[in-house]
Design a protein around this ligand. Structure first.
Ligand code: ADP
Ligand code: MG
Length: 266
């Protein structure tokens, strides 16, 4: 049933809100057609996992969302990506401003060569924040949200590089959170981490869902099963199937998805 209020707001009670709408996306690296006519609705305040064999285009798809391909001269992007209804490839959109709202965490932790505190504070300063108190507040909150505060609060002015790999990755998450993003893109964020650090990152992702929309690339189906609400299965640059994670893993509709999740290839 759609209530009158829902009708006023233009949303149906049963339809989850779409945060990122991808339509007919194609990405080319020179002659290599890496993403082929991919369409996907990313639901708000959900974790969406992108899975599929190596080289199938997961990273390429993820990087299209915040226009990282702008930085790769050989890459060409066609199709449409909207975030909250705004075409991110429109001429009116400044990719640098947009990337604050659509933060990214990479495969290898890449803290800036600065102190722990400064890693989180730097982006605020670059964005014009002058108040030391405000910067200190946001830095602390971001480190708390990234479940790192208790481990670093007594050593905030030590180098970020002195942290363990898992701590560095949570610092990278804190750095993204400090800019108040809506969407967080993660490209195999735990692939360089040991099992204990991986558990911490997975727990953190589960918490982020409350306030953010998360898209995570993972080569680990077990990880997709643990952290995501929805899963999209990629093969040869195409999205073969997307649905609730549980359904994709237990009742896939496409034979190729079934072959992949049962380990017949990839
Ligand atoms: P995945 O993340 O699923 O492993 P990628 O998105 O990295 O896959 O790669 C998809 C395809 O695009 C592959 O054929 C890969 O070789 C190619 N590719 C990725 N990045 C580049 C690049 N910067 N230049 C040229 N080809 C690339
Ligand atoms: Mg990749």
């Amino acid at each position: 049933m759609v209530s009158s209020m829902d009708r006023t707001l233009g949303v149906s009670a049963t339809q989850p809100e779409v945060k990122v709408r991808v339509r007919n996306l194609n990405v080319y690296y020179g002659q290599n057609h890496a993403i082929r006519d991919a369409s996907l609705d990313v639901e708000k305040h959900r974790v969406t996992a992108l899975i599929g064999p190596s080289g199938c285009g997961k990273t390429t798809f993820l990087r299209a969302i915040n226009r990282m391909h702008d930085l790769t001269p050989s890459a060409k992007v066609t199709g449409c990506i909207e975030i909250d209804g705004v075409d991110v490839y429109s001429r009116d959109v400044d990719p640098i401003v947009m990337r604050r709202h659509v933060g990214m965490v990479f495969q290898r932790p890449n803290p800036f060569p600065m102190s722990i505190f400064e890693n989180v504070a730097y982006g605020l300063r670059v964005n014009g924040e002058r108040s030391r108190d405000r910067i200190a507040d946001v830095a602390e909150n971001s480190l708390r949200r990234a479940v790192l505060w208790d481990e670093v609060k007594d050593r905030l002015f030590e180098s970020g590089a002195a942290l363990s790999g898992g701590q560095q990755q949570r610092l990278c998450v804190a750095r993204v959170l400090a800019l108040r993003p809506d969407v967080i893109l993660m490209d195999e964020p735990a692939s360089a981490l040991d099992p204990i650090a991986t558990v911490k990152i997975e727990e953190l992702i589960a918490q982020l869902r409350e306030d953010y929309t998360v898209v995570i690339v993972t080569h680990s189906m077990a990880q997709a099963g643990r952290v995501s609400d929805r899963t999209a299965f990629f093969l040869d640059g195409m999205i073969v199937e997307v649905g609730p994670t549980n359904q994709i893993f237990t009742r896939p509709k496409d034979k190729r998805t079934e072959d992949y999740i049962t380990g017949r290839f990839g």
